[in-house]
Write a protein that binds this ligand. Structure first.
Ligand SMILES: Nc1ncnc2c1ncn2[C@@H]1O[C@H](COP(=O)(O)OP(=O)(O)OP(=O)(O)O)[C@@H](O)[C@H]1O
Ligand SMILES: CCCC(=O)O
Length: 359
């Protein structure tokens, strides 16, 4: 019997929705939220009624009877550190997601939306490979300063999904393969995948290459000086480096597409900035290849920037020596959510509990 699954991916400016019949996508939609529609909410959790309305309109528009659903899968946000997998939404998870105790992120609405809808129809609510997937080996955790641990925060859902897809294409189990996976989006995560486990990654909000909107790693003493300059509050500095850093700080745009157009039309500054971003991404990929002891079965480039032949071409030149480069542009997050739920419904994978997070 086929399973109907609703996949929900709440983002900072959109809600992406999909209804799947097993692996087959039946309907999908990306509903954009204008800044003024979200501006009135001081906490992410307060957006729940608006996002639920979007889901109700989606069912109505496609004439889908939600009583047919077997499960709802939401993207998981900033929660406790946990192994990758499909987790049942539980009371403690809902409390962490709504309070924002581990940080505010639009995807914190994922478990809450999934639970609200699933409980109406008495079906399970899941999250799959949330942002705080943590499969670090012990040495990845040390930052270099006692008392400050590195924290795993990444585009885990897409990274795990594209890893599975490339492994399927190669006709081999992911457990036997090592990939360096670079998710190149508004933020950037470059992960070392050892047999499918992400044993190291730059924290996408905090470290690594600069990205369209984030500064990534910064020179330490200069950053400390900026923090103590008296010009900014803590919240403002965090906002600057995580939402107005990277391309945005150099070029005044978060669009790599726009930056590329400028570079191609002879803007040397735009060209320099894009070259620097590629330089930093390539360095991180090299670093993750070293984490895997050089035993790399492929480098996977994914995320919005992987649509750009300009960026991918420059990256290939620098990292091609490490192995085969697989390019999977964009993201497959809705599909990954539906597949994560389906693996549990079909008994291919055991569902995980939020109370038992690290192996
Ligand atoms: N064809 C393209 N050429 C160049 N850049 C592109 C192209 N398509 C998308 N991009 C760039 O990709 C970036 C957005 O990537 P993406 O859509 O993965 O981001 P997001 O989903 O908002 O954030 P994240 O992936 O961090 O969750 C933007 O800078 C955009 O300009
Ligand atoms: C924090 C990593 C994931 C994201 O940027 O959405």
């Amino acid at each position: 019997m086929a399973h109907y699954i609703l996949a929900i991916n709440p983002g900072s400016t959109s809600t992406k929705l999909g209804i799947y019949e097993d692996r087959k996508l039946l309907f999908t939609e990306t509903v954009r939220h204008a800044d003024e529609d979200l501006a009135g909410f001081s906490k992410i959790a307060d957006q729940l009624p608006l996002r639920l309305q979007v889901v109700a309109e989606f069912f109505e528009k496609h004439g889908f009877d939600a009583r047919r659903l077997a499960a709802v899968a939401g993207r998981g946000g900033l929660l406790k550190p946990m192994n990758g997998g499909t987790y049942m939404v539980s009371e403690d998870m809902l409390s962490d997601a709504t309070s924002g105790i581990f940080g505010e992120h639009a995807s914190n609405l994922g478990p809450v939306l999934a639970f609200e809808i699933a409980s109406k129809f008495e079906i399970p609510a899941y999250i799959v490979d949330p942002v705080t997937v943590d499969e670090f080996i012990p040495e990845s955790r040390l930052s270099g300063f006692s008392g400050i641990d590195r924290i795993s925060q990444l585009h885990a859902l897409n990274i795990k999904a594209v890893s599975r897809k490339v492994a399927r294409g190669l006709g081999r189990p992911l457990e036997e393969l090592n990939f360096v996976v670079a998710h190149l989006g508004a933020g950037i995560s470059v992960a070392a995948g050892l047999g499918g486990r992400i044993i190291d990654v730059n924290n996408a909000d905090n470290e690594g290459p600069f990205s369209p909107e984030r500064s990534g790693t910064l020179p330490l003493k200069q950053l400390i000086r900026l923090c103590y300059s008296g010009k900014y509050t803590e919240k403002e500095v965090v906002g600057l480096v995580t939402r107005k850093g990277g391309l945005c700080s150099y070029l005044g745009t978060k669009s790599a597409h726009e930056a590329e157009k400028r570079a191609i039309s002879g803007d040397f500054h735009a060209e320099l900035v894009l070259n620097a971003m590629v330089h930093q991404i390539a360095k991180e990929i090299g670093a993750m290849a070293a984490v895997l002891d050089g035993r790399v079965d492929g480098i996977i480039l994914t995320g919005g920037l992987a649509h750009s032949e300009y960026i991918v071409g420059k990256l290939r030149k620098k990292i091609g020596f490490l192995g085969e480069v697989f390019v999977l542009p964009g993201e497959e997050e809705l599909e990954a959510l539906a597949e994560g739920a389906l693996r549990v419904l079909n008994g291919e994978e055991a569902k995980r509990e939020y109370s038992c997070l690290l192996d």
